[in-house]
Design a protein around this ligand. Sequence first.
Ligand code: GLV
Ligand code: MN
Ligand code: MN
Length: 409
Amino acid sequence: MKEDRLWRRIMELGSIGAHEDSGGVTRLSFTEEERQAKNLVIQYMKEAGLAVREDVIGSVIGRKEGKNPLAPVVLTGSHIDTVPHGGKFDGALGVLAAIEALQHMNEQGIETDHPIEVMAFTDEEGSRFGLGMLGSRALAGTLTLEQLTQTDEQGLTIVEAMRRAGYEPGKLREAAGNPAKVKGYVELHIEQGTVLERNNLSVGIVSGIAGPLWLQFTLTGQAGHAGATPMNARRDPLACASEIMSFIYQETRKVPNAVATVGKIRALPGGVNVIPEQVEFTLDLRDIDESVRNQLEGKVRAYAEQVSREQVIQLEISLLQRVAPAPCSSEIINAAESACQQAGLSPFTLVSGAGHDGMQFTDFCPMGMIFVRSREGISHSPLEWSTPEDCQAGTEVLYHTLFQLAQAR
Ligand code: GLV
Ligand code: MN
Ligand code: MN
């Protein structure tokens, strides 16, 4: 396998949607930047000798035929959308490593019994519409037309954004795969945490993925003059929101593995000397144990309702997405373990704190992941980094895993 080629592609793909000032990358779904990235991935897939197609939700698929073209397909890949000002590796590495593994097989004339397909899934991050994993949900057959009514910051629905990008949302069902025709899904991704770094390991195998719950809080009070309205005569939704946020952080800190993030906040109308009329903020709440996450959610909801009632603030909590934590399948974990040994690495398993497309496949096909060490665990940031050597080591493990899964037994 060619480390130089993989690295050159990571850097080249990472230049699409790159910001000169921050060094970050922004590629939101159904935008021009995302289209350019897809076109480049299509070019790489063709260079790798893969047959390329795009499904109705816009996921790009590159296929290496099997000796038995009717055998269930082995799926791999990741996503090529990013968060705002994200990094060059999150998602992109999994797609490019998979292309590299299959290009190597083709260059060496290596055939497999089962076909293998590289997926570059549409919108894993959910940054534009507050609903992520669109491509993987569509493939699993769980994405609904109702979910496509979620909107971006401009109020544009997913349906409308799809139409503007040349897709036909009415054909959504056509993206759904048949589980009987899929052997499994294995994704390579950067760890986005510090476990591998602390253990001095370049590659790890994922045992399970923590699930994100996304809520949007909208608090409505009374706008007013910042100088002339006494503190006891206000209905300030931001004061109320700040108490809810403090509660969220305090309660989450008490739970060992839970994490909570308020990542988006908006005060309207937004003036230095204006008491806001309305405040919106999002909550991203996760745990590897769904019942722990549910308990925490219940506490947050009850507290939010109580303080907003006391402060005469109107409160609305809407659900953006609720993704269940997902265990990885033992079949894929076992294959990845022996792949590590073939690559001269000791197998090491860890949990994923971040969400991934594979979570959509728990009821669809066996699913698993291979992680590559992240520098200082930083991700969703321009500082996201993995070394060329670690990317190469992960790609080798992916290669051996795919080869095993694609052999008839
Ligand atoms: C995706 O990166 C997520 O975990 O939110
Ligand atoms: Mn990702
Ligand atoms: Mn991400």
